[in-house]
Design a protein around this ligand. Structure first.
Ligand code: ZN
Length: 434
């Protein structure tokens, strides 16, 4: 396997170990600790030193890592990369088991974000997430992550014989049509709490000790490198874990600099960013303030530092689709493996403007990599991302970039290996700038 394929395989392994935001943070933390970053806690007083490497976790589902620069923060500012840890899918509801005709047991779920729902049908699925366990301290239940790591669920299609129009497109009702099948009823099966019993067994606790959970479904099968020339990555959650991994690799490989380098991985982008761990919150601005005050800045100097700072908001965009070329803008049609994209929009659903776009374009030029432009067709609204949300809390110029993929929000998205390597290279160039 050549070096490029090895890098892509590392990304696929990372995504496989990160079935949802909680596990993404767990995987990021592991990589940071291996690279000598120290964990800080929100409730402690922070003692930071120049050259120090740190990270802080919020809600077990968002994480910010940073390296304090050798220069003064007010003069050299912050160089920030932002991305998100969550992906669209299905969340398990409380008391989820539903018995059907005393024969089947299915689970009650709700949709998280905007998945392409029909791609989740007929796929072996598993369950992972966060569980809260009784503790002595009522205000602080014990938290455990659980990943069943077995294909235990499936959402079966209705046979074509029972729905002759299935190939003309089917509307799937979110409460009725897509509840996953868990098991057949049998005499040996515990009557209630089958899922919780499985989780309790996995965590080696009593079922009664489990207070609550944030559990999500995920596709059991691992992503793969594919294409005649091994040019593609077919994998779930490329949006946005590809960007998270790319930014993280750049941060840990970057050289010592005068500026303070940061990667902020927010949760809840897929449901609008407005949570305490989302981009539309004080999460990042509070960390910047704490860094500034720990490094001896006063408010005036902290505000000065923002004008010396820059943010690259990283999220995926849409490549030209070989079967739907009319869906792209007539001129700006990003192609897979032809370089990262700068996203802009008159509605300001992306933060890029002529100044911040020029900065990223120059970074790519310096790194010797091509860059492409993405705009929506003028009659399509398109999506948004973390950039505009976090920009409303920071007085820092920002650009929205990403790489272009196909099948965004499918259970398996399709991206390009060269693009992944290009984006990492551009972020490394950015972090190493000064
Ligand atoms: Zn995204």
């Amino acid at each position: 396997m050549n070096k490029e394929l090895k890098e892509a395989q590392k990304l696929i392994d990372f995504i496989y170990e990160s079935p949802n935001a909680f596990y993404a943070v767990h995987s990021i933390k592991k990589i940071l600790i291996e690279n000598n970053f120290n964990e800080l806690h929100e409730e402690d007083r922070w003692k930071l030193v120049k050259g120090g490497k740190y990270f802080v976790i919020k809600n077990h589902s968002a994480i910010t890592a940073f390296v304090i620069g050798n220069g003064n923060v007010q003069e050299h500012g912050f160089k920030i990369i932002g991305a998100h840890t969550d992906s669209p899918g299905f969340r398990i509801k409380p008391f989820p088991e539903i018995k059907v005709e005393n024969a089947y047991i299915k689970l009650n779920t709700e949709v998280y974000g905007g998945p392409i729902i029909n791609t989740w049908l007929d796929r072996p699925l598993s369950v992972a997430g966060r569980v809260t366990i009784k503790s002595e301290d009522l205000m602080h239940p014990e938290i455990k992550l659980v990943n069943i790591k077995r294909p235990i669920l499936i959402i079966p299609n209705l046979a074509i014989h029972m729905n002759k129009n299935v190939n003309s497109g089917v509307e799937l009702n979110r409460q009725k049509d897509i509840l996953p099948l868990l098991a057949m009823v049998n005499e040996n099966l515990q009557k209630d709490n089958i899922l919780l019993s499985t989780i309790a067994e996995e965590l080696q606790v009593d079922v009664e000790e489990i207070l609550d959970f944030d559990l999500f479904l995920y596709e059991f099968e691992k992503g793969s490198i594919m294409g005649l020339n091994n040019e593609f990555i077919s994998c779930g959650r490329l949006d946005d874990l590809l960007m998270v991994h790319s930014g993280l690799m750049a941060l840990i490989q970057s050289a010592e600099t005068n500026c303070t380098k940061i990667i902020a991985c927010f949760d809840n982008e897929e449901v609008g960013n407005t949570t305490k761990q989302g981009a539309n919150s004080p999460m990042l601005s509070s960390i910047l303030e704490r860094i500034a005050f720990c490094m001896g800045l006063d408010l005036e100097d902290y505000l000065r530092s923002q004008s010396r700072s820059f943010m690259i908001s990283c999220d995926l965009g849409h490549a030209l689709h070989p079967n739907y070329i009319e869906k792209s803008d007539p001129v700006n049609k990003p192609i897979i493996n032809k370089g990262p994209i700068i996203k802009s929009s008159a509605s300001q659903s992306y933060t890029s403007d002529a100044v911040s776009s020029a900065v990223y374009e120059s970074i790519c030029q310096k790194a010797g990599i091509p860059v492409q432009r993405f705009v929506n067709r003028s009659d399509e609204k398109g999506g948004s991302t973390i950039g505009p949300a976090s920009s409303s809390h920071l007085n820092i110029p920002s650009v929205d970039v990403g790489i272009a993929i196909l099948a965004m929000h499918s259970i398996r998205e399709l991206g390009g290996i060269t693009d992944y390597l290009f984006s990492t290279k551009s972020f490394l160039e950015y972090y190493n700038l000064f």
